[in-house]
Design a protein around this ligand. Structure first.
Ligand code: PGA
Length: 249
Protein backbone atom coordinates (compact mmCIF):
# COMPACT_ATOMS: atom_id res chain seq x y z
CA UNK A 1 0.00 0.00 0.00
CA UNK A 2 1.29 3.41 -0.98
CA UNK A 3 1.32 6.23 1.54
CA UNK A 4 -1.49 8.77 1.14
CA UNK A 5 -0.01 12.22 1.55
CA UNK A 6 -1.25 15.80 1.63
CA UNK A 7 1.50 18.41 1.66
CA UNK A 8 0.98 22.15 2.03
CA UNK A 9 3.40 24.54 0.36
CA UNK A 10 3.06 27.92 2.04
CA UNK A 11 5.40 29.56 -0.51
CA UNK A 12 6.42 33.12 0.54
CA UNK A 13 3.33 33.73 2.66
CA UNK A 14 2.57 34.60 6.30
CA UNK A 15 4.62 36.39 8.91
CA UNK A 16 6.11 34.05 11.52
CA UNK A 17 3.36 34.86 14.05
CA UNK A 18 0.67 34.18 11.45
CA UNK A 19 2.37 30.94 10.53
CA UNK A 20 2.30 29.90 14.16
CA UNK A 21 -1.45 30.53 14.38
CA UNK A 22 -1.98 28.56 11.17
CA UNK A 23 0.11 25.58 12.25
CA UNK A 24 -1.62 25.42 15.64
CA UNK A 25 -5.02 25.33 13.91
CA UNK A 26 -3.81 22.59 11.60
CA UNK A 27 -2.38 20.45 14.41
CA UNK A 28 -5.50 20.85 16.54
CA UNK A 29 -7.87 19.77 13.81
CA UNK A 30 -5.86 17.06 12.07
CA UNK A 31 -7.13 13.60 12.87
CA UNK A 32 -7.32 11.88 9.49
CA UNK A 33 -6.12 8.35 9.96
CA UNK A 34 -3.99 6.79 7.28
CA UNK A 35 -2.93 10.11 5.79
CA UNK A 36 0.43 11.78 6.21
CA UNK A 37 0.13 15.54 6.52
CA UNK A 38 3.15 17.70 5.70
CA UNK A 39 3.60 21.47 5.86
CA UNK A 40 6.32 23.42 4.06
CA UNK A 41 6.63 26.87 5.63
CA UNK A 42 9.24 29.48 4.65
CA UNK A 43 12.75 28.96 6.08
CA UNK A 44 12.20 31.77 8.59
CA UNK A 45 9.27 29.85 10.12
CA UNK A 46 10.89 26.42 10.41
CA UNK A 47 12.03 26.97 13.99
CA UNK A 48 8.64 28.14 15.28
CA UNK A 49 6.60 25.66 13.28
CA UNK A 50 8.99 22.85 14.17
CA UNK A 51 8.47 23.55 17.87
CA UNK A 52 4.68 23.42 17.51
CA UNK A 53 4.93 20.16 15.56
CA UNK A 54 7.05 18.35 18.16
CA UNK A 55 5.12 15.33 19.32
CA UNK A 56 2.34 15.84 16.74
CA UNK A 57 1.53 13.69 13.70
CA UNK A 58 2.15 16.52 11.25
CA UNK A 59 5.50 16.53 9.45
CA UNK A 60 7.58 19.44 8.21
CA UNK A 61 9.33 20.13 4.91
CA UNK A 62 11.38 22.98 3.52
CA UNK A 63 10.45 24.53 0.16
CA UNK A 64 13.94 24.06 -1.26
CA UNK A 65 17.51 23.55 -0.02
CA UNK A 66 20.94 24.61 -1.22
CA UNK A 67 22.79 22.29 -3.54
CA UNK A 68 25.96 22.87 -1.49
CA UNK A 69 26.96 22.01 2.07
CA UNK A 70 28.07 24.66 4.56
CA UNK A 71 30.30 27.39 3.23
CA UNK A 72 30.50 30.73 1.52
CA UNK A 73 27.09 30.66 -0.20
CA UNK A 74 25.43 33.91 0.83
CA UNK A 75 21.71 33.66 1.25
CA UNK A 76 21.51 29.88 0.89
CA UNK A 77 20.19 27.40 3.45
CA UNK A 78 21.79 23.97 3.78
CA UNK A 79 19.87 20.71 4.02
CA UNK A 80 21.44 20.04 7.39
CA UNK A 81 20.13 23.35 8.79
CA UNK A 82 16.61 22.48 7.70
CA UNK A 83 16.95 19.06 9.24
CA UNK A 84 18.12 20.60 12.53
CA UNK A 85 14.72 22.29 12.91
CA UNK A 86 13.00 18.93 12.66
CA UNK A 87 12.11 18.87 8.97
CA UNK A 88 11.86 15.42 7.42
CA UNK A 89 11.25 16.48 3.82
CA UNK A 90 12.48 19.01 1.26
CA UNK A 91 10.48 20.11 -1.78
CA UNK A 92 12.82 20.04 -4.74
CA UNK A 93 12.17 21.32 -8.23
CA UNK A 94 8.99 23.29 -7.67
CA UNK A 95 8.13 24.97 -10.96
CA UNK A 96 8.56 28.42 -9.40
CA UNK A 97 12.16 27.49 -8.53
CA UNK A 98 12.68 26.15 -12.03
CA UNK A 99 11.12 29.21 -13.72
CA UNK A 100 12.24 32.14 -11.54
CA UNK A 101 15.55 30.93 -10.11
CA UNK A 102 17.00 29.03 -13.01
CA UNK A 103 17.00 25.63 -11.33
CA UNK A 104 17.85 23.10 -14.01
CA UNK A 105 17.45 19.35 -13.83
CA UNK A 106 21.19 19.13 -13.14
CA UNK A 107 20.97 21.52 -10.16
CA UNK A 108 17.90 19.71 -8.87
CA UNK A 109 19.73 16.42 -9.09
CA UNK A 110 22.44 17.86 -6.81
CA UNK A 111 19.83 19.17 -4.39
CA UNK A 112 18.19 15.76 -4.28
CA UNK A 113 21.52 14.18 -3.44
CA UNK A 114 22.08 16.72 -0.64
CA UNK A 115 18.66 16.05 0.83
CA UNK A 116 19.30 12.31 0.89
CA UNK A 117 22.75 12.76 2.37
CA UNK A 118 21.31 14.29 5.55
CA UNK A 119 18.24 12.06 5.69
CA UNK A 120 15.63 14.42 4.26
CA UNK A 121 13.16 12.79 1.87
CA UNK A 122 12.80 14.77 -1.35
CA UNK A 123 9.36 15.79 -2.63
CA UNK A 124 10.41 16.12 -6.24
CA UNK A 125 8.19 18.19 -8.55
CA UNK A 126 7.75 17.85 -12.28
CA UNK A 127 5.30 19.37 -14.72
CA UNK A 128 4.87 21.01 -18.09
CA UNK A 129 3.96 24.60 -18.90
CA UNK A 130 1.01 25.68 -21.03
CA UNK A 131 2.99 25.80 -24.27
CA UNK A 132 4.31 22.29 -23.71
CA UNK A 133 0.81 21.05 -22.88
CA UNK A 134 -0.65 22.62 -26.02
CA UNK A 135 2.12 21.44 -28.34
CA UNK A 136 1.76 17.89 -27.01
CA UNK A 137 5.40 17.66 -25.90
CA UNK A 138 4.51 17.23 -22.23
CA UNK A 139 5.33 13.53 -22.02
CA UNK A 140 8.87 14.24 -23.23
CA UNK A 141 9.28 17.19 -20.86
CA UNK A 142 8.23 15.16 -17.84
CA UNK A 143 10.33 12.19 -18.90
CA UNK A 144 13.41 14.40 -19.17
CA UNK A 145 12.77 16.06 -15.79
CA UNK A 146 12.59 12.66 -14.12
CA UNK A 147 15.45 11.04 -16.01
CA UNK A 148 17.87 13.92 -15.47
CA UNK A 149 16.68 14.76 -11.98
CA UNK A 150 16.28 11.34 -10.41
CA UNK A 151 17.31 8.33 -12.43
CA UNK A 152 20.91 8.12 -11.27
CA UNK A 153 19.79 7.14 -7.77
CA UNK A 154 19.73 3.61 -6.46
CA UNK A 155 16.55 1.66 -5.95
CA UNK A 156 16.92 2.11 -2.18
CA UNK A 157 17.24 5.88 -2.52
CA UNK A 158 14.43 6.09 -5.02
CA UNK A 159 12.02 4.47 -2.61
CA UNK A 160 12.54 7.44 -0.24
CA UNK A 161 11.20 9.89 -2.82
CA UNK A 162 7.78 11.44 -3.09
CA UNK A 163 6.97 12.73 -6.55
CA UNK A 164 4.60 15.55 -7.39
CA UNK A 165 3.06 16.20 -10.78
CA UNK A 166 2.25 19.89 -11.00
CA UNK A 167 1.23 21.20 -14.41
CA UNK A 168 2.49 24.80 -14.40
CA UNK A 169 -0.69 26.02 -16.13
CA UNK A 170 -2.72 24.79 -13.18
CA UNK A 171 -0.66 26.33 -10.38
CA UNK A 172 -2.34 29.28 -8.71
CA UNK A 173 -4.58 29.76 -11.74
CA UNK A 174 -7.75 28.14 -10.45
CA UNK A 175 -7.54 25.89 -13.51
CA UNK A 176 -7.12 22.30 -12.32
CA UNK A 177 -6.03 19.44 -14.52
CA UNK A 178 -9.01 17.14 -15.00
CA UNK A 179 -8.80 13.90 -13.02
CA UNK A 180 -8.25 12.10 -16.36
CA UNK A 181 -5.45 14.43 -17.46
CA UNK A 182 -3.72 14.06 -14.10
CA UNK A 183 -4.21 10.29 -13.97
CA UNK A 184 -2.70 9.94 -17.44
CA UNK A 185 0.53 11.61 -16.34
CA UNK A 186 0.69 9.85 -12.97
CA UNK A 187 0.37 6.47 -14.72
CA UNK A 188 3.02 7.58 -17.22
CA UNK A 189 5.42 8.53 -14.41
CA UNK A 190 4.83 5.20 -12.72
CA UNK A 191 5.55 3.38 -15.98
CA UNK A 192 8.87 5.25 -16.34
CA UNK A 193 9.84 4.18 -12.83
CA UNK A 194 8.91 0.59 -13.54
CA UNK A 195 10.97 0.60 -16.73
CA UNK A 196 14.01 2.05 -14.97
CA UNK A 197 13.76 0.14 -11.67
CA UNK A 198 11.00 -2.44 -11.27
CA UNK A 199 7.31 -2.86 -10.53
CA UNK A 200 7.87 -2.96 -6.79
CA UNK A 201 9.51 0.45 -6.69
CA UNK A 202 6.97 1.91 -9.12
CA UNK A 203 4.06 0.65 -7.07
CA UNK A 204 5.44 1.92 -3.78
CA UNK A 205 6.31 5.54 -4.69
CA UNK A 206 3.62 8.08 -3.78
CA UNK A 207 2.85 10.53 -6.59
CA UNK A 208 0.99 13.70 -5.58
CA UNK A 209 -1.00 16.02 -7.79
CA UNK A 210 -0.56 19.79 -7.43
CA UNK A 211 -2.20 22.77 -9.11
CA UNK A 212 -5.35 24.49 -7.83
CA UNK A 213 -6.27 21.46 -5.73
CA UNK A 214 -8.94 22.42 -3.20
CA UNK A 215 -11.66 20.79 -1.08
CA UNK A 216 -14.14 20.93 -3.98
CA UNK A 217 -11.99 18.95 -6.43
CA UNK A 218 -9.64 16.89 -4.23
CA UNK A 219 -11.94 13.89 -3.99
CA UNK A 220 -12.22 13.21 -7.72
CA UNK A 221 -8.49 13.67 -8.15
CA UNK A 222 -7.55 11.42 -5.21
CA UNK A 223 -9.95 8.74 -6.49
CA UNK A 224 -7.73 8.11 -9.48
CA UNK A 225 -5.63 4.94 -9.35
CA UNK A 226 -2.25 6.58 -9.51
CA UNK A 227 -2.91 9.78 -7.55
CA UNK A 228 -1.77 9.33 -3.96
CA UNK A 229 -2.53 12.78 -2.60
CA UNK A 230 -1.85 16.42 -3.23
CA UNK A 231 0.73 19.17 -3.03
CA UNK A 232 -1.37 22.16 -2.08
CA UNK A 233 -0.52 25.85 -2.46
CA UNK A 234 -3.25 28.43 -1.90
CA UNK A 235 -5.64 26.13 -0.05
CA UNK A 236 -2.89 25.13 2.41
CA UNK A 237 -2.99 28.64 3.91
CA UNK A 238 -6.44 27.99 5.30
CA UNK A 239 -6.48 25.35 8.04
CA UNK A 240 -10.03 24.14 7.44
CA UNK A 241 -9.53 23.83 3.65
CA UNK A 242 -6.23 22.04 4.18
CA UNK A 243 -7.77 19.60 6.67
CA UNK A 244 -10.78 19.08 4.38
CA UNK A 245 -8.39 18.08 1.59
CA UNK A 246 -6.76 15.55 3.93
CA UNK A 247 -10.19 13.95 4.33
CA UNK A 248 -10.77 13.65 0.59
CA UNK A 249 -9.46 10.11 0.06
P1 PGA B 1 -1.78 26.05 -5.91
O1 PGA B 1 -0.20 25.72 -5.86
O2 PGA B 1 -2.47 24.97 -5.11
O3 PGA B 1 -1.91 27.40 -5.30
O4 PGA B 1 -2.17 26.00 -7.34
C1 PGA B 1 0.25 24.40 -5.91
C2 PGA B 1 1.75 24.39 -5.81
O5 PGA B 1 2.41 25.26 -6.38
O6 PGA B 1 2.33 23.51 -5.15
Amino acid sequence: MRKKIVAGNWKMNTLPQEGEVLIKEIVESFNTEGVELIVAPPFTHLDGVGKVLKGSDVKMSSQTIAKENFGAYTGEVAAEMVKAFGAEYAIIGHSERRAYYGETNEILNKKTEKALSVGLSPIFCVGENLEERESGSYFDVIKQQIEEGLFNFSETDFSKFILAYEPVWAIGTGKTASPEQAQEIHAFIRSLIEEKYNKNVAESVSILYGGSCKPSNAKELFMQNDIDGGLIGGAALNASDFIAISKSF
